[in-house]
Design a binder for this molecule. Structure first.
Ligand code: LRH
Length: 452
């Protein structure tokens, strides 16, 4: 994405898009990082051709996954967090450090794929120079820097939630060598300029600036929060539902509700819960497309789903059986049959059931966020791809009994670009997130959905 930031101006332009998903290999699910990186470099080349005055680049991606650097080179393709090796990892970690102690130390909700569960099953860790999370791995290839950006590092489970530093004692107890944990840096730090082959291919010595490299951290920067009691939902593959805080909440109730304290830009806390989001819909569409051998028009399907009437059965969107790739319609049907809620008879009705189930999980997580932080939540901001899904926004407003303000859709890219722009001093020295958000609200006025 190209971002244009100036006096009262904030604009994005998509330069390059490419598919990305799990790739099944003989030893489990991986990412095709080699292809991703090639696309990134080609995209940068295209970006600078379109905009020769390009000032800098910021990198963000999904959380928790990493690659190993061995002998100065990236070793193999990173594992995908949906790979089931984490089942072993969870058992191994909890045998040494029980979950309630982990929560006190790292403040993270239980997700079986948090990096620490992956590290303990990783054979190559002892021989690695360093382990780098996906955005840091891209930055390493581009610039040679070996660092861990803090917002994303907070999703590893190895960061002390109170100090924001690596919890070396925890790493040692789990047999994770301190040498694989790189120097921590904050959003805004310069990582240097493009080197070697990347510089040659892109054709310029672009500067790489650290941003909230966890995509959700960048998205939250660009939530145009309209009330101190607003909740946010960053909705794409996942729906990340929560509130922004200045201090972590580490109570027994927060732990029991599986709420996480992830690190935000400027030391804020993203107090949230992961809801399985549009993954349920995209995996279902993928299965139907495979069945038909033709592409499905999603807006058309959602329109048909909106006109389904009568009783709409719902299921628990967070059912762990729905997290791995596979035949999602069959799995959802099995879950629905178990509860006796009835099963939809057409694809439109099926899509409606999925959307309503996600909305129900959103509404319930918003209510829990309010209860755990002692706030009367009065509005829900939906950002990310989910903000385009009118049915989902309306259903969320309805089920939560609260207005939903939808947009911006490209919140992650906007938050990324704004943090770079602030580093260049374009908002004056030390502009706060609130100042950045005013600009977002002005450039991308949200669409309002009232509860019905
Ligand atoms: C969303 C996201 C989310 C994580 C998950 C692994 O893309 O980064 O915040 O929990 O992916």
């Amino acid at each position: 994405m190209l971002g244009y930031v100036g006096d009262g101006m904030l604009r994005l332009e998509a330069v390059s898009r490419f598919p990305n998903g799990p790739v099944a290999g003989p030893d489990g699910l991986h990412w095709d990082f080699t292809a991703l990186y090639r696309h990134v470099v080609d995209g940068l080349r295209e970006a600078i051709a379109r905009e020769p005055e390009l000032t800098s680049v910021g990198i963000d991606s999904w959380a928790v996954d990493y690659g190993l650097v061995v002998g100065g080179e990236v070793s193999g393709e990173p594992f995908h967090y949906r790979d089931d090796r984490t089942v072993r990892g969870v058992e191994q970690v909890h045998a040494v450090v029980p979950f309630d102690e982990l929560y006190r130390r790292n403040g993270l909700q239980f997700l079986p794929f948090n990096t620490l569960y992956q590290y303990v099953t990783e054979c190559g860790l002892a021989d690695a120079d360093v382990a780098l999370l996906v955005p840091d791995l891209v930055a390493f290839l581009l610039t040679g820097a070996q660092v861990a950006e803090r917002t994303n590092a907070s999703t590893t489970g190895l960061l002390d939630v109170r100090t924001g530093e690596w919890d070396l004692e925890l790493a040692e107890r789990l047999g994770i060598p301190a040498s694989v944990l790189p120097r921590l840096i904050d959003p805004g730090a310069s990582l240097g300029t493009l080197r070697g082959a990347a510089r040659e291919r892109v054709g310029a010595p672009l500067e790489v600036i650290a941003v909230g490299s966890h995509d959700t951290a960048s998205a939250v920067v660009a939530v145009p929060l309209s009330s101190p009691n607003a909740a946010f939902i960053s909705c794409g593959t996942w729906g990340l539902v929560g509130v922004e805080l200045q201090e972590p909440v580490l109570t027994d109730a927060a732990r029991a509700a599986n709420f996480t304290n992830e690190g935000g830009v400027d030391g804020r806390v993203r107090f949230l819960h992961n809801v399985t989001g549009l993954w349920l819909l995209s995996e279902s569409v993928r299965a139907w497309e495979a069945e038909d051998g033709t592409a499905i028009d999603l807006p058309e399907l959602l329109e048909a789903a909106a006109s389904v009437s009568g009783d709409i059965p719902t299921f628990d969107a967070n059912d762990p059986r729905l997290s791995a790739p596979g035949d999602m319609p069959a799995r959802i049907t099995a879950v629905l049959e178990e509860t006796g809620a009835g099963t939809p008879t057409s694809r439109a009705a099926f899509a409606r059931t999925i959307v309503e189930s996600i909305a129900q999980a959103f509404a319930s997580a918003v209510a829990t966020a309010g209860r755990l932080t002692d706030r009367e939540i009065d509005v829900i901001h939906v950002v990310g791809g989910g903000a385009l899904n009118r049915l989902l926004c309306q259903a969320t407003a309805h089920r939560a009994g609260l207005p939903v303000l939808a947009g911006p859709v490209e919140a992650t890219a906007i938050g990324n670009v704004l943090v770079q722009a602030r580093t260049h001093g374009w908002f004056g020295p030390d502009a706060s997130l609130e100042t950045l958000r005013e600009g977002v609200a002005a450039a991308f006025p949200p669409i309002r959905y009232e509860p019905r």
